[in-house]
Design a protein around this ligand. Structure first.
Ligand code: VAH
Length: 314
């Protein structure tokens, strides 16, 4: 049986990817690697390590005879601006360690890029697969660098590394972080708890978004795709739904009629304005059959229902 390593296993994506992989392959086939944030009651194989320590990563890969790696560790748009040097060290240094170990141990690797790889010179509507990549955040710079590293390691060493450019991912199981697109989760959490919400982006801000279930499906589907179908070794554009902050508010209000939202754009507005409004992901759909399942309405219904249970609100 294959042993799978998930780094960044306790972040927004990892905390849902690990259970999905455990369900598919069995708990004893998945190693969850965390660093500072580790869920106390985690049920599975747990390792704590810093992605910048290549020797520790190598020891984990040897200890469990790892075959597949989902390398999710990353500082995001807002956190990444607080200390750009650390962001580079973690996001690029960590990825380079994993790619080098991938060559050494013959690993198959998944690594997420992001719409943050695009910048204000990128066409914002139906952003094409091949386009201008001039990001204005260190997070975005590390994603463009990472895409080039993945492509180089595939060309130079034949490393089987696969990647998608995640849009804003929306989930309910982890509380909202301060990320640019997390205004969505923050509005939902406040609404379900009957609190007023102050949205840090303007009401007309449109961004490409995706429910976490779709993101997990795309991630596992890409790793399961026969290698001959993978035509792109930088990172595939990936999309589901695009909506404005006002449309998000209105979708939530269908379930929470007394939702109160005020709009007070902050420094994150500049980041959002440098990202696309919508994405052309036709190559992912053509090469490996990508298809999203969650509409804006379907995701808000599912999230409100789950958060009401989570907060014991009828
Ligand atoms: C952020 N949620 O806002 C992340 C995401 C595309 C944005 O990577 O930084």
């Amino acid at each position: 049986m294959k042993k799978i390593l998930v780094t960044g296993a306790f972040g927004q994506i990892g905390s849902e990817l690990v259970p999905a992989l455990q369900k598919k392959f069995g708990k004893d086939q998945v190693v969850a690697m965390g660093h500072k944030t580790v869920t106390s009651n985690f049920d599975g194989i747990l390792e704590k390590a810093d992605t910048r320590d290549k020797d520790i990563l190598a020891s984990i890969i040897k200890k469990y005879d790892i075959v597949d790696v989902y390398h999710l560790v990353s500082l995001l748009s807002v956190g990444g601006e607080k200390d750009p040097k650390v962001t580079w060290d973690i996001n690029v240094g960590g990825l380079k360690n994993i790619l080098e170990l991938g060559v050494e141990f013959g690993l198959k690797i998944f690594w997420p890029s992001s719409i943050a790889a695009f910048g204000s010179t990128t066409p914002r509507d139906n952003t094409p697969q091949e386009t201008i990549l001039e990001p204005t955040t260190m997070y975005g710079v590390t994603k463009v660098t990472g895409e080039n590293l993945c492509r180089y390691f595939n060309i130079k060493y034949g490393l089987d590394v696969r990647s998608v450019r995640y849009p804003g991912i929306i989930s309910w199981k982890t509380p909202p972080s301060a990320g640019t697109t997390e205004y969505t989760v923050a509005m939902l959490y406040d609404g379900v708890q009957g609190k007023g919400n102050t949205c840090w982006l303007g009401p007309d801000t449109m961004l490409p978004m995706m429910y976490v279930n779709d993101a997990i499906k795309a991630t596992i589907d890409l790793m399961d795709t026969p290698v001959l179908k993978i035509k792109l070794r930088g990172s595939y554009n990936l999309a589901a739904v695009s909506f404005t902050a006002k449309q998000w508010e209105e979708a939530i209000r269908k379930h929470i009629p007394d939702l109160k939202v005020s709009y007070k754009p902050d420094e994150r507005q500049k980041i959002a304005d440098s990202w696309p409004k919508s994405i052309d992901d036709s190559q992912a759909r053509a090469d490996w059959g990508w298809k999203h399942e969650y509409s804006l309405e379907k995701m808000t219904k599912e999230m409100v229902e789950n958060l009401r249970k989570e907060f014991s609100i009828s």
